[in-house]
Ligand binder design. Structure first.
Ligand code: HEC
Length: 149
């Protein structure tokens, strides 16, 4: 009886740890999704003419990126050792084998954002900003993001 209780308790603890790990993976993914919203849903769609140019939306997107990109090193501090359930993209384990190099991919994104801030006035300047920011996002993805499906 006691043994059954101990075994059940251990299983529950195990399940709790799995939940916490999944929660970390979800937080990391949510941060990426927020940035993707600014870069792809707002900026890229306007660059492609899928949505009309909207200065307020552009300014909000830049503000969101300014706030959220510097948080990448902290949000990715812990290795969740698992992917978000059903995710299309996952984190490479290389991140936590080489965290300093991973973190070094963030300042160039911050710099690209700072360089275009206040200079986006129309579709042409938005395209320049998009290319510059997205290029730096991809410099990290090339090494540290895995396509899962
Ligand atoms: C320092 C590295 C790094 C930088 C910089 C970075 N990302 Fe990511 N990104 C990742 C990793 C790792 C993943 C995979 C794990 C995940 O989704 O959390 C990812 C995943 C993504 C995904 C896929 C999310 C999904 O699950 O469908 C998108 C979209 C994305 N990033 C957009 C961006 C955008 C836009 C920027 C630039 C503003 C950016 N990322 C900057 C590391 C980075």
């Amino acid at each position: 009886m006691l043994r059954a209780v101990v075994v059940t308790g251990t299983l529950l603890l195990g399940a709790g740890a799995v939940m916490a790990q999944q929660e970390i993976a979800v937080q990391q993914d949510n941060l990426m999704r927020a940035q993707a919203k600014s870069v792809y849903d707002v900026m890229l769609k306007m660059v492609k003419g899928k949505t009309p140019y909207n200065q307020a939306a552009v300014d909000d997107a830049i503000k969101e990126l300014e706030e959220s990109v510097p948080r990448i090193p902290t949000v990715f501090a812990t290795n969740p050792k698992q992917d978000v359930v059903n995710a299309t993209y996952g984190s490479s384990q290389k991140i936590w084998q080489n965290k300093a190099d991973f973190d070094s991919k963030v300042p160039p994104v911050v710099k690209a954002i700072a360089e275009v801030k206040g200079k986006i006035k129309d579709k042409a300047s938005l395209k320049v900003a998009y290319d510059s920011i997205n290029g730096r996002c991809n410099d990290c993805h090339e090494t540290y993001r895995l396509k899962l499906k």
